[in-house]
Write a protein that binds this ligand. Structure first.
Ligand SMILES: [Zn+2]
Length: 461
């Protein structure tokens, strides 16, 4: 046991080792300063920021008002729901003054406080100050990567970094284009597989990690990319590590490229994909309500944020992913699945669609989740809560809120062990987590995935 522990600690050290050079100070987050957006020419705004200027984000407590919770969950409210905390019994909502007045009229003893006041400025500050560049094929991968993770990156820059990654490590990384989205963007899967003479590829255990299902959850995209980078660093330092030689990885850093692009060009707070719906001018299906396991049509209408589409797998992205998995069924032995989201610092385990359905091996599933949470806490001191996805999604109040999720689909059909992580924070920034958190969050999630990998390696199944 002691030997195992010391090997684990050694891997952990190498995993997070530092590169032997420093990054020029101009790129450090301390020198990163956005002036107030109102002092700039609107043409220099990354997107139209005036669209948010009437809105604030408030935290509403429903602890003393069950009818308020029901209202916020069920009704077709016009304001935008952000996140929630089941322990503290709060919901965060983006709301304008007029809507807030109406809400207070309906619930006169409404308990709330403002968590984000200057919404357009908070949005502006998540965009990089410098124009992003495209990498040349002879760029140094490690130098460029250290800069790459100082800011959130738009789709073209991410694709360029992935190409540099592939051309630098052609034996290990293959970018697989698995099809086109509604807007004709490529859906890329990063297949990370270190050749091992002793184990055939198809006999390795595969771990799947997805990010960016919801377009505005940028930290899930940067964290997926950061995980790939940590694996490459591990490979550079210790190519024979068991994690690399025994396991196989599939990453989808941006599973919703149309939506992600839209957050960079039009609306930073967009959540769904961007395909057409039966209602003209209402775009987008929530990909996480589109998978064909316990799919039911959402009660949310086509313009709503939870819209499931009219039939299962109507979202291009869930369909392409399902087709890819069916096509490569014989090549991949999928054991683990992690779907990254934000925010609220939670590790959710199946099922999402119902709290009445007991997941297989439930005790171990929960124990592993708490082990993952502990590995995060040991790395950064950050607390992640563990709970069943059905509670987080309020499936007990309104069953369709938890149906058709990627978590249930992967858990039921493919991965023995599957989770959805909701990354930082707990609401101070919400979806607008500043770029200086990219690396700390990436590091704690790398610890979590390392723990997960170690568990899967030791699992005799
Ligand atoms: Zn999400």
């Amino acid at each position: 046991m002691k030997v195992l522990l010391s090997i684990f600690l050694l891997i952990q050290t190498i995993w997070s080792f530092q590169l032997p050079f420093t990054v020029p100070d101009v790129f450090s987050s301390s020198s990163r300063k956005h002036t107030h957006y109102s002092k700039l020419n609107p043409q220099d705004h990354p997107i139209d920021l005036s669209q948010y200027k009437e809105d604030v984000v408030i935290r509403v407590s429903y602890a003393n008002s069950p009818s308020l919770k029901e209202f916020l969950t069920k009704s077709e409210v016009t304001f935008n729901k952000w996140g929630k905390n089941n322990n503290q019994q709060t919901v965060d909502i983006q709301i304008n003054e007029e809507e807030l007045v109406k809400l207070i009229e309906k619930f006169p003893s409404l308990e709330y406080h403002t968590i984000i006041e200057d919404l357009p400025q908070r949005i502006y500050e998540t965009f990089p100050l410098q124009e992003s560049q495209v990498f040349a094929q002879d760029d140094d991968f490690h130098v460029q990567s250290e800069l790459f993770f100082k800011e959130y990156r738009e789709l073209a820059t991410i694709e360029s970094w992935l190409n540099l990654l592939q051309s630098t490590f052609p034996d290990v990384v293959k970018i697989e284009d698995i099809g086109e989205t509604f807007e004709h963007k490529k859906l890329n899967v990063v297949h990370f597989s270190v050749p091992n003479g002793d184990v055939e590829h198809k006999d390795k255990k595969t771990i799947v990690i997805t990010g960016g299902v919801h377009a505005r959850e940028w930290i899930s995209v940067s964290s997926t990319l950061y995980l790939i980078y940590q694996l490459i660093k591990l490979y550079s330092a210790w190519p024979n590590s068991k994690i690399l030689t025994q396991l196989d990885f599939l990453f989808i850093p941006v599973i919703n490229p149309d939506g992600y692009e839209y957050t960079w060009t039009n609306d930073r707070l967009w959540r769904k994909n961007r395909q057409e719906t039966p209602i003209p001018k209402c775009f987008g299906i929530d990909i996480d309500h589109s998978y064909g396991y316990h799919w039911t049509k959402s009660s949310d209408w086509a313009c709503g944020e939870e819209y499931s589409g009219e039939v299962p797998f109507e979202a291009f992205e869930s369909r392409l992913w399902d087709e890819y998995l069916n096509k490569t069924n014989k090549d991949h032995n999928i054991y683990g699945y992690i779907d990254l989201h934000s925010y609220s610092q939670e590790i959710l385990y199946p099922y999402a669609y119902s709290c009445n359905q007991q997941p297989r091996d439930e005790e171990n599933l929960i124990e592993l989740a708490w082990g993952i949470a502990k590995s995060i806490r040991m790395k950064s001191g950050t607390n992640y809560n563990v709970l069943p996805a059905c509670i987080d999604k309020d499936s007990d109040l309104l069953p369709d809120l938890g149906s058709g999720s990627g978590l249930d689909y992967m858990y039921h059909n493919r991965a023995y062990w599957a989770y959805q992580f909701k990354l930082r924070d707990t609401g101070g920034h919400g979806f607008l987590l500043p770029a200086k958190y990219i690396e700390p969050v990436g590091d704690e999630i790398a610890s979590a995935i390392l723990y997960f990998c170690k568990f899967i390696l030791s699992d005799e199944r």
